[in-house]
Design a binder for this molecule. Sequence first.
Ligand code: C2E
Ligand code: CA
Ligand code: CA
Length: 401
Amino acid sequence: MKALRILVIEDQNFQRKMIVHMLRSLGAGEVCQASNGRQALDMMQAKHALPFHIVLCDLDMPEMDGMEFIRHLAKLYPAVSAVIMSGMDYAVIASVEKMARSYGVKLLGAIEKPASLKQLEEILELHQQIETEAQRPAAALASFTLEEVLHALSENQFEPFLQPKIGMDTGSIIGAEALARWIHPEHGVIAPGAFIPLLERSGNMKGLTFMMLERAAHARRMLDENGYPLIVSVNLSLSSLADTTLADSITRVVRDAGVDPHHIILEITESAAMSSVAEALENLARLRMRGFGLSIDDYGTGYSSMQQLTRVPFTELKIDKSFVSDSANNSSLRVIVESSVDMARKLNVKSVAEGVEVMEEWDMLKDMGCDVVQGYFIAKPMGSDAFLDFCTRHIPVESAW
Ligand code: C2E
Ligand code: CA
Ligand code: CA
């Protein structure tokens, strides 16, 4: 457990000492004590005072009672977690709990006195759990409404993060996949799981698709100007392909950014049965003729992968990370990956493995003759400035090991 700084506020000496003792026996780090709210605040506000992680507070105390202390705590130290302790009956504790939450205190809970070792242990565990969750990317916690996402689109809050694609023959960076990130003014960087399904379901993908295309094309130009003429991949959901004007609009956006379509790959995901088959094929044939690379994304998970292969004039087969990750240890995954690589070779298209996380997978894919790899083993997706920096520092993987 992380060393925690805890403050126990309780006017009854015996009770306070017991709690301090129990917290220490649970390995809590530093445990301080105060006999009322006033004294506690003085301690917290003292010069050079280190911040507390958790404050346990009695309610009925002389000078400054627990309710008043909680009000100050909410205002002065909103990041500190609080626990209410009381011998009062349940209804009183419940109403103070409600009050504390209304003031905006990070309340871990309330415990009835006398506190038991088990209760204290649970409180510490809960604190740990909440802290761990807070460190996860915001995307995992925050959920948004369609309205918020559309507003963010109108405010241009989305940008492509780039993840390098490495050529197996040389070990150098040959391209990057542009993955949508919402740079939320409050929550920071949000992953696509929190907004793409909303946009897909409501038929609003077009705005994001074009914003991503335009920005990814600009990133490609910036990289080229810095001496890295890479191929940039952009994701395109099959549902957008029903509109037969799409190929022309895509070509226009890319050319307007000063980029030749030969330097862009469109990764197409089949997430549902293709309904407008003819329109999609018309778009894809036209995009291919204009020079765009076409990739079958998430190969193996799609609705009817085999059928797609014969229809689409694609240039790349991208093996989904659900097969690649852990394939070095799992023989059935390995068979799927290997036969996908073989199939790509027979069809004369490039094989790309995504989700490569460890060296063993890299080695295995190299033995199989996979052309391109992408995954956390090389790098996570990053903003375009960081990506440029990554390019300048990258040592071809083969020579690095
Ligand atoms: P995808 O196209 O299959 O993209 C690969 C996903 O795997 C990305 O997740 C990437 O960050 C993640 N990834 C890369 N390497 C590793 C690895 O080694 N291990 C693991 N566990 N994951 C890895 P992300 O960025 O969250 O994107 C999720 C999906 O959202 C994408 O899956 C794609 O289908 C969709 N998406 C993202 N941006 C766009 C976009 O601009 N347009 C459309 N239509 N879809 C997008
Ligand atoms: Ca993709
Ligand atoms: Ca995938």
